[in-house]
Design a protein around this ligand. Sequence first.
Ligand code: NAI
Length: 374
Amino acid sequence: MSWGERTDLVFQLRFEAVNTVGPTSPDCVGAQLGKNEPMTTMAMFSAKPYDRRSFDAANSAVADGAQVDIHYHESRLDRATAAYASGADVVCAFVNDDLSADVLEVLATSGTRCIALRCAGFNNVDLGAAERLGLVVVRVPSYSPNAVAEHTLALMLTLNRKIHRAHNRVRDRNFSLDGLVGFDMAGKTAAVIGTGQIGAIVARLLWHLRCEVVAFDPVVNQGLVDLGVRYVSLDEAFAVGDIITLNCPLNEHTHHLVDAMSIAKMKRGVMLVNTGRGALVDTAAVLDALKSEHIGSLALDVYEEEGGLFFEDRSDEILDDDNFARLLTYPNVLITAHQAFLTHEALAAIAETTLSNVLTVLADEVCDNAVVAG
Ligand code: NAI
């Protein structure tokens, strides 16, 4: 099916975009479809109004004639929705889109050549299958490590000083301070697991708060060592941290990095912060440790089973994830719904890099941001 022939699907796309992504301009989805020679077409999944704003702005800054025809779909990409991308040169996906082999197969068969991830992590892509199908996978390795690092610090400080609870109390004219006692960050040992772009900034921020900072990463960052950060083994990092922050990627080595065994090595009362990926943490083990008070407090921006939860308003729905529901009952658990990346600067950088990646790949040039299997 050619791009110009897809009348039924086009109607479906227009309907979905107009009805799910929010206010749209008259030249939204489908505006290019009447032309004889369509420009590069990109189907974006899990698209939110803020994605649309940043991509439209970045696209309008691209040189005349090289702009991409972007079709926004609020749906997550999966086996059922993959057909929405039929005929699109590029599929643009986010963290919880399903890019497993069978979905990639549908995309490749219907003409897609490039998978453009508008995120850094690529744990949701079957890279082997992509390679086999001739799909080039590109990502945005760095957009604003500051955004994620600052959010990580915001979670720590909020959780420690119980700002979220204090805010609710004051709004309720409850000015009691009972139960709001925190601790000085200065002098505490903070263990940073993963000192790449984000973790390195987290380590520096914590150092400036006068924490003693230890780190675990297979790759040592000499700049951090010069600052006074001490690289230790993973076991030592778990053992000495009053605060442990996870800033490493999710892969076969880091899946459930925090489980019952590693928690047993941690100090009683430890603060655990995860802004990396949900499955770095075994949620059931963490729940047990919260109950036994071995973990003193927990902040999450990511959750193992966030795929069916995050990025949507579910306030009218019954929450059927028992582990998540239990987490919400703890006063010492603070959760944000994968928003650490969400700053104006990061969104602009994501859109610019994604469009540049796409145009490079479709020009048959080598893209530095391509991700390969292995
Ligand atoms: P990066 O690639 O710059 O750094 C990752 C670091 O982790 C590297 O230094 C690497 O050597 C290290 N590492 C690899 N395996 C490790 C292991 N087993 N133990 C400890 N360290 C290990 O990546 P960046 O930009 O710092 O991002 C880190 C992670 O943060 C991403 O993979 C992604 O999952 C997550 N992230 C979360 C966001 C959010 O909104 N919550 C936004 C962006 C990234």
